[in-house]
Structure formats: C-alpha cells, structure tokens
Unconditional design. Sequence first.
Length: 661
Amino acid sequence: MSNIESVLVENRVFHPPVAAVQSARISGMAAYDALCQEAATDFEGFWARLARENLVWNQPFTQTLDESNAPFYQWFADGTLNASANCLDKHMGTPTEHKTAIIFEADDGAVTRVSYAELLAKVSQFANALKASGIQKGDRVLIYMPMTIEGVVAMQACARIGATHSVVFGGFSAKALNERIIDAGAVAVITANYQMRGGKELPLKAIVDEGIAMGGCESIKTVFVYQRTATACAMVAGRDTTFSEALAGQATVCAPEVVGAEHPLFILYTSGSTGKPKGVQHSTGGYLLWAKLTMDWTFDIMPADVFWCTADIGWITGHTYVAYGPLVAGATQVIFEGVPTFPNAGRFWQMIERHKVSVFYTAPTAIRSLIKAAEGDEKVHPARSDLSSLRILGSVGEPINPEAWMWYHKHVGGERCPIVDTFWQTETGGHMITPLPGATPLVPGSCTLPLPGIMAAIVDEVGGDIPNGAGGMLVVKRPWPSMIRTIWNDPERFVKSYFPAEMGGKLYLAGDGAVRSADRGYFRITGRIDDVLNVSGHRLGTMEIESALVSCSHLVAEAAVVGRPDDLTGEAISAFVVLKRSRPTGDEAKAIATELRNWVAKEIGPIAKPKDIRFGDNLPKTRSGKIMRRLLRSIAKGEAITQDISTLENPAILEQLAERM
C-alpha cells in the first residue's frame, strides 16, 4: 500500500453498526459524553458509584481517593473485599453458577469445559492446599505455568487466601525466574513439568530448578508441580509436591480471605529503560473494578457472549482479560494452549467457528502473521471458516497498522464487527484509550478516545499542553483506580519513572509518544520515548538485552541495542556488537551471531533474541565516549546517514556496522 493510500485509509471513518449502537451498554457518543461529563463534574463520586455498583464489598469504603501521599495514591482504602469471591462466589445462587466459565482447547485440540461452580471448587481446593503448605496472607507466590485451566486456578487460589502472586511468562529463562524470586521474596513456586506448544513438549520444572540453583532463593519452601504431560521430571524431596499429592484430602470449600482494597493482588515484572525489570504492583479493589468496567465498556460483554482473549497469563493482558476480567463479568471464555499456526495457520478461525466466539481479542503481530499465511494458502484463509458468530474484534499490545486493520475488518469481521483498538500498559491495569463498539466512529490506526474517567493528554517536556495535530508525550492528569501503586521494593524508581519532577510530579508519564488528530481529537500512539522496545506487543528494555549480550564474557566486549520497524512484529531488535577478538565475517560471523542469539534466549528468553546482529571493531561514539544511538537507529533501518557526525570519534565505523549478519 502506498503512502497516499495509507493516508486515505487512516482518514476513513467507520461508524458502528446500527445493531451495535442499539444494544450496547454505552450506546452512541451522547452516552459516552455523559459519562465523561459525570467524571469531570464529580470525579470521586463517579468512581465511588462505579465501585459500589460493580464489586461486592465485605466492608464498604467511606473514602474514595486518598491523595495525601501523592503519587502513592490509594483508592477505596478502608473498604475490604476478596478478588476471587468477586470472580466466583458472587455467581453462586444465580443462573451463572452452572454456566460454562472456561472452554479450554489444548495444544492437540482436546476440549475441556468447566462451569463457574466447578471452577470455584477447583480454586477452593487448591487454596486449601496452599494454606496447608504454610502459605499465608501477604506471602508472595511465583507462578510459572502453561496456558491451562490450572494456571487460572493457581492465580485465583492465591487471591482467595490473600497471597500476592507474581506470574512469569513460560518463555522466560531460569535467570529471569531467579531474579524475580529474589526480588519478590517468593515463598513458593507453582509450575508444571512441561508445557505444550506446537506439538512439542517444552520444560518448565527443569527451568525452575535451574533458577533456584543459581542461589539467593532460600525463601522458597515449596514447589507445586502440575503434571501437564506424562513425561517425568526431577523432584526434590521435602520441597516439591505434585498437584495430585497437594490436593489429596483437601476440601473443595475454602472461605475467601478478606483483604483491604489496597492489598497487593499481584506483582508483574516488566522491562524498563534500565537493565533491572520493574515489579509493577497492583491493588485488589481498584484493579478489579477496572477489569470489570472495561469488560462491560470496551467489549460490551453480554450474558450470551463467548469471549476469547488469546494472550498468555504471563502478560498483563492475560491477567486482566483471562484470569480476572471475564470471571468478574460472569462471561464464558475460551482459553487456548499452543500457537496460532499449529496444527495449521487457520487454527484461530477454526476455533472461532468451533466455539462460536462472539468477542475476539488478539495482537497485531498475530494478525499480520496470519495475513501472510492466508495469502500463501487459501485453505487457512478466514473465508474457509464460519465466523458469523463474531460481533466485536479487538487489538492489543501495539498500534495496529491501517493495512492490517482493514484486512481484519474485512476478512475476519465481515465488515460488520467494530474493532476496539486498545491502548494500555502493564502499569495501567486495563484499557485507557479505546473505541467503544456501540459508540465510537472508528479510524484505522487510531485508538481514538480515552475511556470515561481517564484524563489523558499530550504534553511537552515540562508538562505543558500541546495542541491537537502536534506530537508530544502521553500523560494522564488524574489518578485512576487501576493504576500501578508502586514498583515493588523500589518506590524511588516508581516516582522517577512515572511522575517525573520536571513535569511537576503529578502527571503520570506513560512513556509513549502520541498525537491527537486536529479534527476529532483522536489519539494515535507513535512509539516509546524511552529505551524500551515493543516487539510483538512485549516490552523489552534495550539495556536488559545489552546486559545479556555483554554477560557472554568470553566473546563480547561491548554491545548496543536499538529497535527498527518490522512488518511482522511491529518492532525488531537490532544488536551492534564488539567482540573481544577480531571482527568476524562470512560463515564465522553467522555462527557467532547464532551463538549470541541463543545466549540471549538463555539469559532472558526467546522473545528477546535480536533479529539483526552486526559486528564492528567498535561502536560509533562521541569524543566524550557516548554511544550515538541515533546513528545506530538509522543504520538498523537501512537509512542513509544524513545527521551531523562531526562529533563522532570514528566515522569509518558506520560503513562497517551497516553489514547485516
């Protein structure tokens, strides 16, 4: 698609179907505007009303927002509740009790269904097993599980007894696990012997063992092992126990532990602009409220819907829109194990047909990869499946390019399904800027407008407002209930990262650039403003990857990492490496590049593997020794160097680094 065609697509406006407007919870822009006006007129009253209407409180709150220790805001702080009870117990005695809660499709296609009553029994039994092992309210539990019903059960069981969970994506390395266990002070790990992906058994328990063996994990007392496959794994006597052993004799009833609204529900680690991952801490009350509201508003979830979010529980999307949001909303959801291209690239569309999915939520990277597959093989094209059950489509993780938006709209949604292009972050807990399916006119490539109560704006470096049509930094001007509370064990980093003094200390800095359209005031996200990459919707810190490369100490003397645009993953990792030996060329260079990619996969995880690795005798630096990353970004993009290089110490290195391996 040419630039002119792309602009025309971006300027096209798609209005919600009449049926969607008539039936939606937020029906038409007048209803949206009314909610925004309510929030603007009575900010605390707006949130108090929603919290009372949408959550079950053991002790009602009397103070909505406490700003006395800003930016460490507290919401509903004197109220008490339990997250698991709001997801499960509240449905007992209602028609939802016997409704299907989860339709689980395994990697091999086997399907398991559990009702809300059955899920409550499973969660309660596992909660009793956790308590029997000595885990108490306030303890931290690390979860390293495959995408199974048991993964959700583990999270809900922790919430049920007031333990704070920290889920680690199953693709992360032993070192990543070790760092998170130590930082969180976890007392237990919940894992599986293996996970299944694309017909292959991949180890989990062995990676846990390796991570603990690295040292510093003396806090771990118990490792629970779910036997996902029949293949045996090593077990440590006195520490490790299988699920079947732990659950033996445990009752299927467990009273939920009542906690304060500000009690930490979970810690989820995410990459920042420094090498150390940030433990994003979320509260119980505010987070759960926003999970419920965004299910209602963004997805317009209805009792008859079958909801499918394809995200892994190791990411925030899997927390909010798999483990908590659908359950607190009483929805039926699909959970799938595996990859979208196995056993063939039509699996997503075949599963939508098989399970009559009505609300489908996935990432632009997945969409782009399936476009490519469909263009190469008509047998896996969406047209080969009956997608008539769909009524709403969603996009998450990164901005969706207009071309992919149009394909998704036409070939998956049949030009009848609104697309909710959602912008949000690990730190925000839920959607921030997104269309509403029964209200917002859609523009491909734009996440449109903030949800009611979210005071988003675009500002300059000192916090001054920027007019529509000009780009700047995305901020939120007022706190909101589901926002990050702090960085675990590092409150100073929390303040510095998100509420910088140079902006007055009161604006939440999202870390993304954005622009608002001059006509509608719609937001479009333009990319990160810090050294964080967005690869297939996953945030990765450049320093984190650089540190991993340099830790290959027998080979690497120095490394610099930047991002470049990529048609499939949105952004790709480009690494520039100086070795402790002469610069390699040809097959030798390719072999070393492969070794370094595998090293990074071992240190962080496969998602962090650089797509490009280039070798140089040194890196482009100023005479004062600073790496000129803007030049590396140009090289990574294949652009001619037109910037001023007069301060560069070694200009000849640029041609050398332009050679890709």
